[in-house]
Design a protein around this ligand. Structure first.
Ligand SMILES: Cc1cc2nc3c(=O)[nH]c(=O)nc-3n(C[C@H](O)[C@H](O)[C@H](O)COP(=O)(O)OP(=O)(O)OC[C@H]3O[C@@H](n4cnc5c(N)ncnc54)[C@H](O)[C@@H]3O)c2cc1C
Length: 446
């Protein structure tokens, strides 16, 4: 139900009289650029708390937004207010303690660049990050949050451990994270990384290499494979391999020789600072079309026949059904799993740890009239990945969950949090019993 317009007016007037941040409404200059969100003045914790409390008082829905990268609607709000943290992007590094403290609106570029100035790095998203050090949440030491009642708390293993357990996997459901402190790792050497492009007929060679790499990599080498059309392959479907090695060109070449010798159509690999790594794929994602991401988990070895005979024809089928969908991608991670699998699934709320990999099914298209077809296509392809895993993958006893960050088509919470769901619901009842933070995976019934 939409909130009463008079309540919205009262809320805006309350906020304007109390906050140091600027509140934009449809009649404000600059509104259309950023919709209703903070502007010019950096939001502070007191402003954020006052906004959460004000929204509750007047029954106005709100969403929290940082990078606004999700293709779900979890950081948007049509009839209410957006707490936009993008100006909250200060990073400080303590080189002696080896910690990085990042404000809640930072993007990984802010963090990577600040850490690199001290020869440090932490684990971040995108491309082939540091599987040697586990998941991002395994490197989180503490987080400061504004909770549903407006209080500001710090959660860590020592302080509010139940909240700290919950936010490592379901942070968006518990409050506004205003500051993260991460463990940092020494990263003085450059890394070897880049892109190799192959025609689709090299599918056996490429996937044999990637499968084998998962058996031999010690955590310093990984690939991400993108099946998509490429102008460098005359607009045909091709295999783009993002390669990563935490070491020199020489050591990388001995590992990646089978790919380097396979006559790639494009060979753009080089040593570069680690801090440039997460930006390497930015050009691929720059042209923002209509898009939605859907994840699924697969097991190693992945049969090349599945890619050639199922995934590639599925992409072609979408091209024939929807105009302007040539930039559709299917991304397959080949990341060593041993480090994150050392930690028991129940140690954090994140339910997706184990010896399996993620695929991201990412239709890209142009016209709203094709939204439903594209979404259904993504769901169907995810179903085919699961079928392949069940028919050809090694037997795995535990139920395999989905990676919540890749699921923007509303998987059920059980499918994301698995065996952790019951405990997560109990912690939610303690910290947000009225379900104020209700975006993304629903933990409490409305
Ligand atoms: C091109 C592309 C590449 C991607 N690559 C990766 C990858 O390599 N690894 C990976 O894990 N994921 C990846 N993702 C998925 C991405 O991590 C998720 O979409 C993630 O939610 C984006 O974070 P954001 O800050 O941009 O979120 P937003 O879109 O701003 O928000 C997403 C959700 O988080 C909540 N939220 C955001 N900030 C806060 C905060 N400070 N406090 C509380 N809640 C908050 C929002 O309310 C919302 O519910 C990728 C997505 C895309 C589109």
């Amino acid at each position: 139900m939409s909130p009463n317009p008079l309540d919205i007016q009262s809320l805006v007037s309350d906020l304007r009289s109390t906050l140091t941040s600027t509140v934009l409404t449809p009649d404000s200059p600059g509104y259309t650029e950023r919709i209703v969100r903070w502007s010019k003045t950096i939001p502070n914790n007191a402003d954020i708390a006052a906004t959460v409390v004000g929204c509750r008082k007047y029954g106005v829905p709100f969403a929290v937004a940082s990078g606004r990268h999700t293709t779900s609607d979890a950081s948007s709000c049509e009839d209410g207010l957006i707490i936009d943290l993008h100006l909250l992007n200060i990073v400080s590094v303590d080189p002696d303690a080896r910690t990085i403290t990042a404000a809640g609106g930072c993007i990984w570029r802010d963090v990577d660049e600040a850490a690199a100035q001290h020869g440090l790095a932490t684990v971040g998203g995108t491309v082939n990050d540091r599987r040697r050090h586990g998941l991002i949440i395994d490197n989180l030491l503490s987080v400061k949050m504004v909770l549903a009642d407006g209080s500001l708390v710090t959660a860590s293993k020592q302080s509010l451990p139940d909240l700290f357990w919950a936010v490592r996997g379901a942070g968006q459901a518990f409050g506004v994270a205003v500051e993260f402190t991460f463990r940092a790792h020494e990263q003085r050497n450059p890394v070897w990384a880049g892109k190799l492009l192959f025609p689709l007929d090299k599918v056996e060679l490429v996937f044999k290499f990637a499968n084998d790499l998962m058996g031999t990599s010690d955590g310093d080498s990984a690939v991400m494979i993108n099946i998509s059309t490429s102008p460098r392959a005359n607009g045909e479907l091709a295999i783009a391999v993002a390669v990563f090695h935490n070491g020199s060109s020489e050591s990388a070449q001995s590992i990646f020789q089978p790919l380097l010798d396979a006559n790639p159509l494009v060979r753009e690999v080089a040593e570069r600072p680690y801090s440039q790594l997460n930006g390497m794929m930015n050009p691929t994602f720059r042209d923002r079309k209509r898009s939605v991401d859907k994840g699924a988990a697969y097991t190693i070895p992945l049969r090349p026949e599945f890619v050639r005979d199922v995934l590639a024809p599925e992409i072609r089928r979408l091209h024939s059904q929807i105009p302007a969908s040539e930039e559709t991608m299917i991304l397959l991670e080949f990341y060593p799993t041993n480090k994150w699998s050392e930690i028991p699934v129940e140690a954090t709320a994140h339910g997706h740890r184990g010896n399996f990999q993620n695929i991201m099914i990412a239709p890209r298209w142009k016209y709203a009239e094709h939204d439903a077809i594209a979404k259904q296509w993504a769901l169907n392809v995810a179903g085919l990945v699961v079928k392949e895993r069940e028919e050809y993958g090694p037997p795995i006893e535990e139920p395999i969950t989905e990676y919540g960050n890749y699921d923007h088509l509303s998987a059920r919470p059980r499918g994301v949090y698995g065996m952790n769901l019951e405990r997560l619901v109990e912690v939610k009842k303690v910290y947000d019993p009225d379900n104020v933070f209700n975006k993304w995976y629903p933990l409490l019934k409305e």
